[in-house]
Design a protein around this ligand. Structure first.
Ligand SMILES: [Zn+2]
Length: 682
């Protein structure tokens, strides 16, 4: 399962927040407005209140823009830049709330109001990004005496303007404006179709659940018609793929899963890629992949393609060796099997783990549940980074939501919500949603983790604990980095292809016995045995080759939809081609996986980000591996040099500072080559 951070704040220029230089106020003679709006959830707990708030804010923001556009003095950092940035921040605060509530609020009307609000502010964001007077004023600000962070923020903002098309002619800018509107609405429709399409499979008898854990069977009692209903929601579907012994039912379930949002999203995705292609061309690029990589670490689609090709080569032998092991195991039960099928991978891999590595995932999951994992992860973060996490008394959008504050010493440095269990109409994946971008001396960072885990003390898959840690990695990045002066360097406003690295690195702690033995306990209170943990570690990389190739196929789908003229792309064919290029599987007959591949909207061409970030995260982790996972000095250095700077300097510099050398992808390459591992070892 891929993981997702949602940072799609709809203000195209303002998608950022920062740690500032201590509460400076504009020069007294300045008449330019500076304000940092707050949103209290209790004030927008109905669709009507959210819409009213959004519309009145938007009107005020437009007045603010008019003031900035008619400014006739000499723009400076302390007046013009400060005023513009406060507009970005305030827009981003209301927009982030609207976006988040649009994806998670239990009230469908409020979700719609959230989407409407996001579109309204997105339009305003586009108008600012295309405003020549604002661009000229920003371009005219003399930053030669400013601090380095301000200079970098200024440079980034000018780049954002250019990538928005501000320097195009009037006719083009008009069309860009229309396209941005369309793209925002189409993207919402794409996401909504996925979010709202939960499918169900009816089983005739409990016999069809053979192989599944007892707690799963107990939680899926027959309904009044005697049917057992399994949904495509993650807590239902992933255990089913892993444990259900009935091959045909797993196949039916995967087909159901791979048809979510189909056919609704076929036309929607077509409109999306076509509109983005036209937009990119108007802005001066050959295609959308060029536009979207221009301000990333990778810098170009060609570099991304080369990166994917490199990883493909590194991972080939490992993938083939793993495939042969799985196929051989399949043939123990089905002597005539010619090939492994996609709906068999998880099931057979689980058997191999049990038989070759003596790791029974059904036993393992007895040691994990949500409540204990949450406590364990909070403890880990507190110990590692010397912070304190306390409950935060506040309003939320649902009774399941928990809220916390993070203290550094006696000072609150950020706040967060945990909304961790499935609900009808709720976002179905796992992500960190930003709510407030922290600004030094003005406002604290706030974020929410939105996940779909089993609740309470129900057993939880080990992979879900990994996901939990992953998302928590985004959360601490958001909070530690949320203390800069300017929005486009505060929070996770770093290069998007670096964003996953801190999260992917934090996942490593789930393999640390000292960390998980604190919270991995079964119902009897027994701690996960050390020898079982050691065997889990030994089996950890089994599946890495195939899993990486699967990720590369996703990256190939994502890049391929956007690095060419998309008018004639056949989505099924393109997906099939990528499956053949990277995996040993034929695409599933009748399946349309891409229709519910949400990243094709949010990440567009840059799904490669996960592998790129993983290569960097693996490199960063070498310091902890050598110095100890519980080494608080390294953790402090990491927080200070990589997390806290946020987007105030290029990610490459931050990581190099932390490592004391340039970034290298070699550690990751070695892992993919299986260096030090023998997957065929019995
Ligand atoms: Zn992530």
């Amino acid at each position: 399962m891929s993981l997702n951070i949602t940072t799609r704040i709809s203000v195209s220029l303002a998608s950022i927040a920062v740690l500032s230089a201590c509460g400076e106020t504009p020069a007294p003679e300045s008449l330019l407005p500076v304000y940092y709006d707050e949103v209290r959830l209790a004030d927008i707990d109905t669709a009507g209140k959210l819409t009213a708030r959004c519309e009145s804010d938007e009107a005020r923001f437009r007045e603010h823009l008019a003031v900035l556009e008619s400014f006739s003095g000499t723009p400076t950092v302390d007046d013009y830049y400060q005023s513009l940035d406060s507009l970005f921040v305030s827009m981003s605060t209301i927009s982030s709330h609207a976006f988040s509530l649009g994806g998670i609020h239990p009230d469908a009307d409020l979700r719609s109001a959230g989407e409407e609000c996001e579109l309204l502010l997105s339009r305003l964001g586009t108008d600012i990004s295309l405003s020549r007077p604002v661009f000229d004023a920003v371009n005219g600000i003399d930053v030669s005496d400013a601090d380095d962070t301000t200079k970098y923020s200024h440079e980034k903002l000018l780049m954002s303007f250019r990538l928005s098309g501000v320097d195009r002619n009037k006719v083009s800018r008009e069309r860009i404006r229309e396209l941005n509107d369309e793209i925002a609405a189409i993207g919402q429709e794409f996401d909504r179709n996925i979010r709202e399409d939960v499918r169900y499979m009816e089983l005739d008898s409990v016999d069809d659940l053979a192989g599944l854990p007892d707690d799963y069977i107990a939680a899926h009692q027959p309904n009044d018609d005697g049917k057992i209903v399994i949904s495509t929601q993650y807590p239902d579907v992933f255990p089913f793929f892993e444990y259900a012994e009935n091959d045909d039912l797993r196949k039916q379930m995967l087909l159901l899963f791979n048809n979510r949002a189909y056919p609704q999203n076929e036309e929607v995705l077509r409109k999306l890629v076509v509109a983005r292609h036209e937009l990119a061309q108007l802005i001066g690029f050959d295609n959308y992949a060029e536009l979207v990589t221009a301000n990333k670490m990778s810098g170009s689609p060609e570099r991304v393609a080369n990166f994917l090709q490199d990883l493909k080569e590194y991972s080939g032998d490992l993938r083939d060796a793993e495939y042969e092991v799985l196929l051989a195991r399949l043939r123990v039960d089905d002597a005539g099997a010619e090939r492994l099928q996609p709906w068999q991978t998880s099931f057979i891999r689980s058997k191999v783990r049990r038989e070759h590595y003596d790791v029974d995932t059904k036993v393992v999951r007895e040691y994990f549940n949500y409540d204990a994992s949450r406590d364990g992860i909070l403890t880990l973060v507190q110990d590692l980074f010397d912070v304190r996490i306390e409950p935060w008394e506040t309003d939320a959008w649902h009774e399941d939501v928990e809220a916390y504050e993070i203290f550094d010493g006696d000072v609150v440095i950020g706040r967060f919500y945990l909304d961790m269990h499935p609900r009808e109409g709720k976002y179905q994946h796992a992500a960190m949603f930003p709510f407030v971008n922290g600004i030094e001396g003005r406002q604290l960072p706030v974020a929410g983790l939105i996940c779909n885990f089993p609740s309470g003390t129900s057993p939880m898959q080990h992979s879900q604990v990994v996901t939990f840690l992953h998302e928590f990695g985004h959360l601490i990045h958001w909070i530690f980095a949320g203390h800069h002066r300017w929005s486009n360097v505060s929070g996770i406003n770093t290069e998007r292809d670096f964003v996953e690295a801190p999260s992917q690195m934090l996942q490593e702690w789930v393999w640390d016995y000292d960390t998980i033995s604190v919270f991995a306990k079964n119902a009897a209170g027994d701690v996960l045995p050390r020898d079982l943990h050691d065997r889990m570690v030994a089996s950890r990389d089994f599946g890495l080759g195939m899993g990486t190739r699967r990720q590369l196929s996703f990256a190939g789908i994502s890049l391929g939809l956007y690095n060419t003229d998309p008018a004639d792309i056949d989505f099924d064919e393109h997906t099939a081609e990528m499956a053949r290029a990277y995996t040993r599987f034929e695409p599933m007959e009748g399946g349309h996986f891409w229709a519910a591949f949400g990243h094709l909207n949010g990440y567009s061409a840059i799904y490669y980000t996960y592998q790129w970030s993983l290569a960097i995260g693996t490199d960063m982790f070498t310091r902890f591996r050598e110095g100890g996972l519980r080494n608080v000095e390294i953790a402090k250095d990491y927080r200070d040099k990589v997390l806290a700077p946020g987007g105030s300097r290029p990610a490459e510099e931050l990581v190099s500072d932390f490592l004391g050398r340039p970034i290298s992808f070699e550690t990751y390459a070695d892992r993919l080559r299986g260096v030090g591992k023998d997957v065929e070892d019995d």
